[in-house]
Design a protein. Structure first.
Lengths: 106, 460
């Protein structure tokens, strides 16, 4: 049991480091901000997962599953948005190409 | 039941997420997409672990959940790092892409076989072709009719030596019919095992036009200079005969009829004589200067005694030295034989002694000495005259580099054409020698050293 708690504790620590890092990193990558809520939810999942072994097991266990679902939804939204943007970008390039006229000026 | 339901939904969502991220990865091919796939897979297994643990009460599910807890946490941490690294790479790529695309010169990249891989925006402008017309084609196709052999030769040499080559300049006919002058610089670089060649083209049409104009102007200037020199030569030549008549007649009158003429007439004839002499010297100098410029002055070198020559030259000035009340000291003995054109060397020595007399005020001293070194002889003509400033030394040996000293307030003679030292220097240089000048400044006298080579058969 103690071994499992240690693993979860390590996971929680790593999650906290990620939690601190994310705002700094994603400040530069505006295109990845859409993943930020989903990733935060997953960090919370890991935090609640390590807490439910210590106190209020049922409560934190429920929170863990709720945030896992929320995280899944948020990540899916983000991934779907990116997919949509990628598709529309490709279509825009394909449409633009035949209309490009070359001026040929020096 | 609720937990089971929520876990099941999460699992379904993660499965869909995995598929979408795989598509994104295929399209974008980025490291972050790959990590998103890993994140989705970890989340899926984490949810599965939870499902088995909480709802289905599977015995080993706890271990499963624990493993994926740590995997998930690690991926979360790594995603941040990967995003950061990818951004740095993107920034770097962007910078180099701008460097390449926005370069003011046309840059074409091709492989060892001449297959073009990339070109920048300036290339499109320079060759009036689209980027697509370059990429995937061979470089020889672009320059099919334009110095292909030179380009190919350079390319091959480049492959052998893997070194930068001298730039090539060539004329190129563009798509619109306009001709441009191009400067091509090739360089190579290695990526993995492949060698790539970078061809940088610069439009130098404007520069070429200026060069052609410069050449044309130079040609015109040379023609003008030739005309000028010819004019001087012909004028001097035409002047020579009547001037000789004036000078020799006045000389004859002064020599033979001096006692028969009254003072006024005698003074007038003396003026004519002096003017005639000056003009005769000037025309001689002009002709010499022309001959020196056009390499028409040929030396008639013979072995001769330089000491004897200096003595003869110095003796020619006995009267003028006495008239100007100058002291002349000569410090040389013996004989030194050198190869020389006697008349021309005499012209130089006479010119230097004459200058020393003119620029030394009465009661001054002119000291002539000869020093023999290993391979040369120094003829030193030193005076206690008005000396030379630094600026005067600079223009001393230049053509018409006459130093104006009219208002200097000393009893010196300022007449002269400004050609004497120029001609003297050229004559001595034709003898493989040199003329040196030393002076500490105004009123400190000056020393001229004529340094001439001697051969092994010299005797003293």
């Amino acid at each position: 049991m103690a071994e499992f708690e240690l693993v979860k504790f390590i996971a929680m620590l790593i999650s906290i480091i990620s939690f601190v890092n994310f705002p700094i990193i994603f400040k530069k990558r505006k295109d990845f901000i859409k993943y930020l809520p989903g990733l935060f939810s997953l960090i919370l999942v890991l935090t609640f997962s390590s807490l439910d072994d210590l106190v209020l097991s049922d409560f934190f266990s429920l929170l863990e599953i709720i945030f896992l679902l929320v995280g899944a939804i948020l990540l899916i939204i983000a991934v779907f948005n990116e997919y949509k943007a990628l598709i529309s970008e490709n279509q825009a390039v394909r449409k633009k190409k035949p209309n490009q006229e070359y001026s040929g000026e020096d | 039941m609720l937990e089971f339901f929520m876990n099941s939904i999460a699992i379904c969502l993660f499965i869909v997420g995995i598929f979408i991220t795989i598509i994104i990865f295929v399209k974008k091919n980025s490291a972050t997409s790959l990590f998103l796939i890993s994140l989705m897979i970890s989340c899926l297994f984490y949810s599965l672990g939870n499902l088995f643990d909480d709802s289905l009460k599977w015995r080993d599910a706890d271990d499963f959940v624990n493993v994926f807890t740590i995997v998930l946490a690690t991926i979360l941490l790594l995603i941040g790092i990967v995003v950061m690294v990818e951004q740095k790479l993107k920034d770097s790529e962007e910078m180099f892409r701008h460097l390449f695309e926005d370069a003011p010169y046309s840059v074409i990249l091709f492989d060892q076989n001449g297959l073009i891989n990339n070109c920048n925006f300036a290339t499109e402008n320079l060759f009036i072709k689209k980027k697509e017309d370059f990429i995937g084609k061979y470089i020889f196709e672009i320059f099919e009719f334009h110095n292909l052999s030179i380009l190919l030769k350079n390319k091959l040499e480049l492959m052998e030596t893997n070194d930068f080559k001298e730039p090539i300049e060539f004329n190129f006919l563009r798509k619109d019919g306009s001709k441009v002058w191009l400067n091509l610089q090739l360089s190579s670089f290695k990526i993995y095992n492949g060698i790539f060649i970078q061809a940088i083209f610069r439009n130098i049409t404007q520069q070429k036009r200026i060069e052609i104009l410069e050449k044309e102007e130079m040609r015109k200037l040379k023609a003008l200079d030739k005309m000028r020199a010819e004019l001087i030569r012909r004028t001097s030549h035409e002047f020579k005969t009547p001037l000789n008549s004036i000078f020799s007649t006045s000389q004859y009158l002064l020599t033979n009829y001096k006692d028969h003429l009254n003072n006024d007439i005698l003074k007038l004839i003396e003026i004519i004589n002096r003017g005639g002499l000056r003009l005769t010297n000037l025309t001689k100098n002009l002709l010499d200067s022309f001959n020196l410029e056009t390499d028409k002055l040929k030396l008639e070198k013979k072995k001769g005694d330089i000491i004897r020559l200096i003595k003869e030259c110095a003796s020619d000035f006995i009267v003028s030295i006495r008239n100007r009340e100058i002291f002349l000291k000569q410090d040389f003995t013996g004989e030194i034989y050198i190869d020389m054109d006697r008349n021309r060397v005499a012209q130089v020595i006479l010119n230097l002694i004459s200058n020393a007399i003119k620029n030394t005020p009465p009661k001054g001293l002119i000291y002539i000495s000869v020093q023999l070194e290993n391979n040369y002889v120094d003829i030193i003509i030193k005076d206690t005259g008005i000396g030379l400033t630094k600026e005067e030394k600079g223009k001393l040996f230049k053509k018409f580099g006459k130093i104006e000293r009219e208002n200097i307030g000393m009893n010196i003679i300022t007449e002269g054409s400004g050609l004497g030292l120029y001609i003297s220097k050229k004559i001595i240089e034709l003898h493989n020698g040199q003329i040196l000048v030393e002076s500490e400044g105004r009123n400190k006298g000056c020393t001229f050293i004529v340094r001439m080579p001697i051969n092994s058969s010299d005797k003293n």
